[in-house]
Design a protein around this ligand. Structure first.
Ligand SMILES: NC(=O)c1ccc[n+]([C@@H]2O[C@H](COP(=O)([O-])OP(=O)(O)OC[C@H]3O[C@@H](n4cnc5c(N)ncnc54)[C@H](O)[C@@H]3O)[C@@H](O)[C@H]2O)c1
Length: 268
């Protein structure tokens, strides 16, 4: 399309199926000229759909549980062997056992909380620590994670994922400070509700989506909109943007109430 990522190399975590945001990001990065390794948890890869994406984008698939420093070490070693240093990383990973099992926030299971926190938030630190120790990011590289506005505001049934997203966004700021030494930027993109396997797992998700659509002057951002934003953030056009939480949400985050919602309540 525009060749925005020509010559850039990276790692994309989290493409499960063609609804995944990471799937769309991989397609768009490929179209813009990037080369990358696709990674996901070995258990998710057994479903086999990621191979279709790998063929389409001419990329290699390497499994890694993003909570395992050993797996991440092997993955980054393989990326370095293939590409030398890399330019971008997408962390598109999230999971809460409490959400999956329908455990209410007021009655949370702490073992499940720790597991979900590790997968959804701490794994971002682990990914960056691995890249840091191997010193494998090129100058003006870009590291991104995906998040949701439940980090700032409470949404019923988003459960402990709201806390995990707050922690994730904080890691982006804290580690992003140190990455500045290496001229690498770290940001999170806060995306509208999007129909994916992880998204649809949240109780009442259809309601979330409809409300967000009605509250956003530009309407909800799709997975493709998110992928386009990721491309911009991996490109050389955004070199000085770092330690930010960037809303890709059609204006939802700054809208108090929309006329559409007012009309629904006044019956007009
Ligand atoms: N769908 C939405 O409404 C929405 C909105 C805002 C932000 N997000 C975020 O976008 C990101 C991607 O989610 P999605 O909506 O594309 O759903 P998805 O289910 O397609 O992707 C989640 C991915 O996390 C992977 N994963 C889970 N445990 C893992 C582990 N231990 N190691 C490595 N990978 C693991 C899954 O295999 C899957 O590929 C998540 O961080 C999610 O919270 C989603």
């Amino acid at each position: 399309m525009y060749g925005l990522l020509k010559g850039k190399k990276g790692i994309i975590f989290g493409a499960l199926n063609d609804q995944s945001i990471a799937w769309k990001v991989a397609e768009r990065c490929h179209e813009e000229g990037a080369e990358f390794i696709l990674s996901n948890a070995p258990i998710a890869m057994r479903m086999g759909e990621i191979d279709t994406l790998a063929q389409k984008t001419n990329s290699e698939v390497i499994g890694a549980d993003a909570t395992s420093m050993e797996d991440l070490g092997k993955l980054f070693d393989a990326a370095i062997a293939k590409f030398g240093k890399i330019d971008f990383i997408l962390h598109s990973i999230g999971m809460s056992v409490n959400v999956r099992k329908g455990k209410h926030y007021t009655d949370i299971n702490y073992d499940w909380l720790e597991k979900g926190w590790d997968v959804s938030a701490v794994s971002f630190h682990k990914v960056m620590k691995t890249a840091w120790e191997k010193d494998c990011m090129n100058e003006w590289g870009s590291i991104l994670a995906l998040t949701y506005i439940a980090a700032q505001r409470t949404f019923p049934d988003y459960n402990d994922m709201g806390d995990n997203k707050s922690y994730l966004e904080s890691i982006a700021r804290s580690f992003g400070y140190y990455w500045g030494e290496k001229k690498v930027r770290v940001n999170t993109i806060s995306q509208s509700p999007t129909v994916t396997t992880a998204g649809s797992g949240v109780k009442g998700f259809g309601g979330f989506m409809g409300f967000a659509e009605d509250m956003s002057p530009l309407g909800n951002a799709t997975a493709l909109d998110c992928a386009n934003y990721c491309v911009a953030m991996f490109s050389d056009l955004t070199r000085k943007v770092t330690m930010q939480n960037l809303f890709n949400d059609g204006g939802f985050s700054n809208t108090g109430v929309s006329q559409k919602v007012v009309d629904k309540y006044t019956g007009e």
